[in-house]
Design a protein. Structure first.
Length: 178
């Protein structure tokens, strides 16, 4: 059996005053549970933006990493591109500003794998709206109409979701967002 625990912290950017508050959450139904090896561990990163002194989220980038003390490491696969909602499309290529896709992916918004083979974390999940006032180069920042109110709804906004197979080695495994 493998135990999955999730914890972490993150920095983000909002349009408007520096007093904005952004709460970012890493959630999984497997958090704190004992599960069998190979079970798909579903995860999601959501966020909520305060309504005072800002007009919503402009940029959010997070990493999903495994603790270096985990009994077994794995390559965390990129997130699910189908989970990028209509609002967040403007943060992803070609409309928004995000990393280039790797391994056949059209966008790096779903995260890119970094680290030694067998221990790769998922870094730079997310992206930003094109707030520069004009279209970027082909394939990047093509929508320069800034959406206001992103993340300011009654429930947290989904950044991305994905899954990975639970490691086979028994013991506590910690995954967090940074």
């Amino acid at each position: 059996m493998t135990r999955i625990i999730t914890i972490g912290a993150l920095a983000v950017s909002c349009l408007g005053a520096p007093g904005a508050t952004v709460a970012v959450y890493l959630e999984s139904s497997a958090a704190g549970q004992v599960i069998t090896p190979g079970t798909q561990v579903e995860w999601s990163i959501t966020f909520a933006v305060s309504t005072g002194g800002n007009v919503g989220l402009a940029l959010l980038v997070a990493d999903l990493v495994q603790d270096p003390t985990n009994p077994e490491k794995l390559n965390i696969p990129p997130g699910n591109a189908a989970s990028i909602g209509a609002t967040m499309d403007d943060f992803s290529r070609p409309l928004g500003v995000s990393n280039a896709g790797e391994g056949g992916a059209t966008t790096g918004y779903i995260g890119v794998q970094r680290g030694a083979p067998g221990t790769m974390n998922l870094v730079q999940i997310g992206g930003g709206q094109n707030t520069f006032g004009g279209a970027g180069p082909p394939g990047l920042g093509q929508d320069f109409s800034v959406n206001v109110g992103v993340g300011q709804g009654p429930t947290p906004q989904l950044l991305l979701s994905g899954s990975f197979p639970a490691p086979a080695t028994h013991g506590p495994h910690t995954f967090r967002r940074e």
